[in-house]
Design a protein around this ligand. Structure first.
Ligand code: ATP
Ligand code: MG
Length: 246
């Protein structure tokens, strides 16, 4: 038993090391490319007299890429803080969560949001779960044509309360499904970048859900759309089980 347990721990540690190396590699890559061009454009601006259009384009590039790096570092910080601080679980009504989302996306008149949910009480860190849902809805919007329908659902199932975000957008190729939750991974980099993507949203969601003992469940058909959902287990039942076990 002992050696089995040891082997398992070693296996997990090895996986962690590989994951960390992959992460650092991806991070370095993500930093290097925009920095190289920012430095290149800045050097051009300071060393040459450029015509107005060229100098505007250079400054604009520095600005937008700088902004992107800013977003990226803020998101990385989010992930780190989440990991460190953990979740503060409280009982929250699903109405509170859905009303927050409704208000959040109200100004976005370019999309057709459809909210439908069953009222229930869930045990969550409300701020963190809102972050997850906002990220999923943001992705759904980015994958859809203007005016596209985004369905946001919540329903009680046997295992717990399921949140669903469904879109009718570009979809995700089957072979990419496993990868999209990895930090910095984007199926179509230029498309994602043009929409200000850093490839970190789903990595953050995964981190947050693991604090809630939950995972993202992703179903997608290329060209048809995507449905991403997760279940929050009924905590009360779990607590009862624990008592019985003791
Ligand atoms: P960020 O969330 O950091 O702003 P991002 O949206 O590109 O950037 P993720 O949210 O982690 O990053 O998503 C990773 C990739 O997964 C996206 O770039 C996109 O290719 C793909 N993806 C995620 N959600 C969907 C969806 N609903 N439909 C199609 N592709 C999606
Ligand atoms: Mg995203």
């Amino acid at each position: 038993h002992m050696s089995e347990a040891l082997e398992k721990t070693i296996g997990q540690l090895e996986e962690e090391v590989v994951a960390r190396e992959e992460f650092v590699g991806a991070f370095a890559h993500e930093l290097k490319t925009p920095l190289t061009s920012i430095i290149g454009y800045a050097d051009m601006l300071r060393s040459r007299k450029l015509d107005e259009e060229k100098s505007f384009r250079s400054a604009n590039y520095i600005y937008t890429e700088g902004k992107r790096l800013e977003t990226m570092s803020l998101r990385l910080l989010d992930i780190m803080v989440t990991k460190k601080e953990g979740a503060r679980l409280q009982k929250v009504s699903t109405e509170t969560l859905f009303e927050y989302l409704r208000n959040m996306f109200l100004p976005r008149e370019d999309m057709d949001f459809q909210f439908r949910y069953e009222e229930a009480v869930v045990t969550v860190d409300a701020g963190l779960i809102q972050t997850v849902l906002v990220n999923l809805i943001d992705n759904a919007c980015k994958a859809s044509e203007p005016g596209g329908t985004i369905e946001i659902r919540g329903r009680q199932e046997e295992r717990g309360y399921r949140f669903i975000v469904k879109d009718y957008g570009i979809g995700i190729p089957g072979e990419e499904l496993q990868k999209i939750t990895k930090a910095f991974y984007m199926v179509d980099k230029s498309r994602a970048r043009s929409r200000n993507g850093a490839g970190l949203g789903l990595a953050l969601c995964t981190e947050i859900l693991s604090l809630h003992d939950s995972v993202l469940e992703i179903e997608s058909t290329q060209g048809k759309g995507t449905r991403i959902s997760f279940v929050l287990q009924n905590r009360d039942k779990e607590a009862e089980h624990e008592e019985i076990d003791d």
